[in-house]
Design a protein around this ligand. Structure first.
Ligand code: HEM
Length: 523
């Protein structure tokens, strides 16, 4: 501005000089001409700044920028900014740029048009302290050769339809154990049980059996350290350092780093022991063959000359931890929310039970093959995913090149948060968005596999959830069996209206109050 005024006054002086020998122009005409030139200069600058502008956001606080918005329930806090700043919001997290997206159209633009640029994860410091380095991790590695190798290997060898079929008996057995445990805990339908705790135990046992033929652990049995319990601790620590956003404050992370390193060492002792033991058993031909660990260790032991077909021990440890961490909490939390919604809306529970009875008759245990016949069950599941995506902001992405989105410029090294929670509750996208109405999906051809951008519980694009087929199968089959085997009621004193549906602070959408219900045998 001052520079502009200085330029304008110099121009005015020059013009006056010219005016002394120019007789045809009055003083006022020269003034007008000077103002015109100045306006032109400002207009040019304004157009250029418009062209290169970053999306708008609320007032930036000194030092922390907008980091305070991510403290408690970030997806809810960011959704509240929508009416004022629109569906593409620009934030400053300390010294880092971040964009928040909360509409299906924009989600498509980022996950399709600009997917390659945003296929990275932010280079968070904890990946080197808590995990086995950013390049080895399934969740947090950048979009490069190591990630592609791990992803391809897992997709082709662990998550194929054939593999899912071969391991169905494990899922069936663990669901059977869950149903029996519910019966024991409820003492014949007289006591309320903690639904989340029961399904978490089932998920833990199921996933550890699939991954490494792990022994069954129960919430009561707490002898020594076990991997699932350590992974739970690891999940609670999985958060960026302050120094990732404000580098000159990285000294403040020193205690967290120390704690993380200790946890990493405890995990390493357990996982290394498990891998070495298994390697020995494989050499002696006495190891279980059907689990994921067997497939991964075969790659390490084969010592193939093809770079793409070899895995190091650290890579295997990393893949195992990523899969344990990515599957147990996501599946059990989704099931807990599903049961909560069905108890809050008992007419939906009754309708689902009627569908199962009509389509399958009185069947003792529902299998994978039955699921495609249960159309209302799939609508219920989608409605649960819409209202309760367990990772409401997905997992942060990070751009590697500059992108133009609408008329904004998003520079390289920008974080991306995709607010799927806000999209799921947007009245412009979903009519009566706040209500639990599985029927809305009866006439809509929408699935959750990343191509319908109004429903993205597993994310989308190149970084879409790796375990989607397994995760979906676990939640659908388990929910079908829970409502088929039991009639569920709320504990005495609780009503559908009073059932609390609040979320607890955190990056995953945990229930603020654990879900309790009384199961009564139906079959
Ligand atoms: C209901 C169950 C599940 C839900 C809702 C879920 C959700 C998600 C979401 C939202 C992402 C981030 C996607 C993105 O950034 O676009 C993700 C990534 C991932 N999930 Fe899942 N997940 C589930 C089950 C599983 C299971 C069973 C496994 C493995 C056994 C798994 C493994 C992974 C992995 C490895 C990634 C990282 C993918 C990458 O960055 O390339 N998930 N999941």
């Amino acid at each position: 501005m001052w520079r502009g005024m200085k330029v304008a006054s110099t121009m005015l002086l020059k013009m006056r000089e010219i005016a002394t020998w120019s007789k045809g122009f009055s003083e006022a005409s020269w003034m007008l001409l000077a103002c015109g030139c100045l306006s032109l200069m400002w207009a040019r600058k304004w157009v250029r700044s418009k062209k290169e502008r970053f999306p708008q956001g609320p007032l930036v606080l000194p030092i922390i920028g907008h980091m305070h918005l991510l403290m408690s329930l970030p997806h809810q806090a960011l959704a509240k900014l929508g009416p004022k700043y629109g569906h593409l919001i620009g934030l400053k997290l300390g010294q880092q740029r971040c964009v928040v997206v909360s509409s299906p159209d924009l989600a498509k633009e980022f996950l399709v048009t600009h997917d390659k640029s945003f296929a990275n994860r932010p280079p968070y410091g904890f990946t080197s302290v808590l995990l086995y380095g950013p390049e080895n991790d399934l969740f947090f590695s950048g979009y490069g050769a190591p990630w592609r190798k791990h992803r391809k290997m897992c997709t082709l060898e662990l998550f194929t339809a054939k593999r899912l079929q071969e391991t169905e008996h494990v899922r069936q057995e663990e669901v059977g154990v869950l149903l029996q445990r519910i019966s024991d805990l409820s003492r014949g339908g007289s006591a309320a049980i903690e639904v989340g705790e029961c399904v978490a135990e089932m998920s833990t046992n199921l996933i550890s059996r699939l991954l490494y033929s792990g022994p069954r652990v129960t919430s009561q049995k707490k002898d020594g350290e076990n991997l699932p319990q350590l992974v739970k601790e690891m999940e609670q620590e999985t958060a960026p350092f302050l120094g990732d956003f404000i580098p000159w404050l990285s000294w403040a992370d020193v205690f967290r780093k120390r704690h993380m390193r200790k946890l990493h060492n405890r995990i390493d002792v357990v996982i290394s022991g498990m891998l070495n033991e298994r390697k020995q058993a494989m050499l002696q031909n006495s190891a279980p063959k059907g689990d994921f660990l067997h497939t991964l260790l075969s790659k390490e032991m084969a010592k193939s000359s093809q770079e793409d077909d070899v895995l190091t021990m650290n890579e295997i440890k990393s893949i195992m931890l990523g899969m344990l961490g990515g599957s147990i909490h996501t599946t059990s939390l989704t099931l807990e929310w599903a049961m909560a919604e069905l108890l809050k809306n008992p007419h939906c529970l009754a309708k689902l039970q009627r569908e199962i009875d009509t389509v399958l008759g009185k069947k003792d245990q529902i299998t994978d093959a039955d699921i495609p016949k249960l159309s209302y069950l799939r609508c219920v599941m989608k409605e649960v995913f819409r209202l309760h995506p367990v990772t409401p902001l997905l997992i942060p992405r990070f751009s590697t090149s500059e992108c133009k989105v609408r008329n904004y410029t998003i520079p390289a090294n920008t974080h991306l948060l995709m607010n799927t929670w806000a999209i799921g509750r947007d009245e412009q996208v979903w009519k009566n968005a706040a209500q639990f109405l599985p029927e809305r999906f009866e006439s809509k051809d929408i699935d959750v596999k990343g191509l319908n951008f109004d429903l993205l519980p597993f994310g989308g694009g190149r970084r879409i959830c790796l375990g989607l087929p397994l995760g979906l199968s676990i939640v659908e089959v388990t929910l079908a069996n829970l409502v088929n085997k039991y009639n569920w009621k709320l504990p005495v004193g609780e009503t559908s209206a009073s059932l609390n549906m609040d979320e607890m602070a955190g990056i995953t959408a945990n229930r603020a109050i654990p879900m309790k219900a009384v199961p009564k045998l139906r079959l």
